[in-house]
Design a protein around this ligand. Structure first.
Ligand SMILES: O=C1O[C@H](COP(=O)(O)O)[C@@H](O)[C@H](O)[C@H]1O
Length: 265
């Protein structure tokens, strides 16, 4: 079958998954630099930022391919919770604490576009405001009709949600808006902002990071069942096809019979 995602299963996060994730992200960076000189990257919250930091904070091995050039990175959020940006539930706060604040100060820093929470109580206005931000950043450069991220890194909740797109939610059928507001999230907090599914699957590359035994049942469902293919993560697999790569550890893929790979390196 064509258009299949790639499922990687690594023995260990620190010494195996993280260096492979680094290679994947830097390949996406280098391809993006060749395409248009900048790297537009959308990041999620949850368990991902910690693993991403393990991948990207170690020093370069000195080769051209392994060079991280943050001066040309533009970082966006795949989703955010409607809380102040310094609240403990904020994805931006998490990404800052786990990763961004640890980038050595003598290195060039990336340009970060948090989802502004100035209008905290109006989730729709907050979503519209971020969409306007994306229009100004992306359309100004490319005159594109949709923002084409070079890479989006996603998490996978134990219920199969990704970004703040939840199973069976009406927002999964939204095809026009780039950025959506959800006010009835089944996972707290109820008010959240998220990329829409069409924007996620339009990205040049889409990577999932799912680790730990708590993810194995949902991974089995996503990769092996019809119902799983309708979960938000399954819909990203279906829409993104071969552009999608899953970075998992052996605990998360335990019992999954979908063909697995163990290295990009
Ligand atoms: O609520 C969220 O959960 C998902 C999945 O998180 P994980 O801890 O199970 O990896 C995350 O990707 C998303 O950004 C976050 O808002």
């Amino acid at each position: 079958m064509g258009r299949q995602p790639t499922l990687y299963s690594f023995a260990d996060i620190h010494s195996d998954l993280a260096p492979n994730l680094r290679k994947y992200v830097l390949e996406a960076q280098n391809e993006a630099f060749k395409r248009h000189g900048v790297f537009r990257f959308a990041v999620s919250g949850g368990s991902l930022p910690k693993t991403l930091a393990k991948a990207l904070l170690p020093p370069s091995n000195g080769t051209e391919e392994d060079k991280v050039d943050f001066s040309r990175w533009e970082i966006f959020y795949a989703d955010e919770r409607c809380v102040p940006l310094d609240h403990e539930d904020s994805n931006h706060k998490l990404v800052q604490e786990e990763w961004l604040n640890k980038i050595p100060k003598d290195m060039a820093q990336p340009k970060v576009y948090p989802i502004s929470m100035d209008n905290l109580h109006d989730a729709q206005e907050t979503a519209d405001d971020y969409e306007r931000k994306l229009v100004s950043v992306f359309a100004a450069r490319d005159s594109v009709r949709v923002p084409l991220f070079d890479l989006i890194l996603l998490g996978c909740g134990p219920d199969g949600h990704t970004c703040s797109l939840f199973p069976d939610h009406a927002l999964l059928r939204e095809h026009d808006a780039w950025i959506l507001a959800i006010t009835d999230s089944p996972k707290s907090p109820a008010k959240r902002i998220t990329l829409s599914l069409p924007i996620v699957v339009a990205a040049a590359k889409i990577g999932f990071v799912a680790t730990g035994g708590g993810k194995k049942d949902v991974l089995k469902m996503i990769f092996e069942t019809e119902d799983g293919s309708k979960l938000p993560c399954g819909l990203v697999n279906e829409g993104g096809g071969e552009k999608v790569s899953w970075f998992c550890d052996k605990e998360a893929t335990d019992g999954v019979s979908f063909p697995r790979r163990s290295s990009l390196i």
